[in-house]
Design a protein around this ligand. Structure first.
Ligand SMILES: [Zn+2]
Ligand SMILES: [Zn+2]
Length: 223
């Protein structure tokens, strides 16, 4: 995490206890899922060298290389679900002012679009405007794939639920919040709402797939 937003863990997660000198190494996960004959990408990561995340994240990200290694071309992606419009989740949607996934619709909550400002609006949302699928609240995306509106970290944060696995974006940032979902995160937009959302989601999902944990899945192993 870049220097201008990095803080000691006890400041980032007030009230939680950490080992002396513990550091937070932020991982950035995107998830590819195949369901009902569709290919869905959940989040697009930190993006390229010119991304809005360049001021604080280790750009360029590796998403396209990882997709290729898994046998997928960007044109295969039918839908990109953006959990929220922070620069480490949505910047990989756009490169050189054009959508990276040419056949995809980009699924975002209306409350998130109403809220986003600055470079994320200008450099990411505006180039995608003809491709957006705007959702209000919980909704089905494809058979077996459900969107959950999970506000708090940002107003239009959403998760993707498939069976008992939930791709949870930034609802849970650090494992300390699994042990105690009432632990707040400094950069949550609405900390109280985030606590309510986190508490409900942690009890709902058997397996979480968070954005920033060291391992992509936590909980029982997904089948
Ligand atoms: Zn975030
Ligand atoms: Zn994040």
């Amino acid at each position: 995490m870049g220097a201008h937003i990095r803080r000691p863990l006890p400041e980032l997660f007030p009230g939680a206890s950490f080992e002396e000198g513990a550091e937070w190494v932020l991982h950035f996960h995107c998830y590819l899922l195949r369901a009902a004959g569709r290919t869905v990408l959940v989040d697009t990561g930190i993006g390229g060298a010119d991304s809005p995340a360049a001021s604080w994240a280790p750009v360029p990200g590796r998403l396209l290389g990882e997709l290729a290694a898994a046998g997928h071309d960007p044109a295969d992606v039918d839908a990109v679900v953006l959990t929220h419009l922070h620069s480490d989740h949505a910047s990989g949607c756009v490169s050189d002012g054009a959508p990276v996934f040419p056949a995809a619709r980009y699924v975002v909550q209306r409350a998130e679009l109403d809220w986003v400002r600055g470079p994320m609006r200008e450099q990411v949302v505006v180039p995608l405007r003809d491709r957006l699928q705007i959702v209000d609240g919980d909704a089905g995306l494809f058979p077996g794939v459900r969107l959950l509106h999970t506000p708090g970290h940002t107003p239009g944060h959403q998760c993707v639920e498939v069976g008992d696995v939930v791709m949870s974006g930034d609802v849970v940032l650090h494992p300390v919040q699994l042990a105690d979902p009432t632990v707040r995160y400094l950069y949550d937009e609405d900390p109280e709402e985030a606590v309510r959302t986190r508490t409900a989601l942690v009890s709902r999902a058997r397996v979480l797939a968070p954005g920033h944990f060291p391992t992509p899945f936590v909980g029982d192993s997904p089948e």
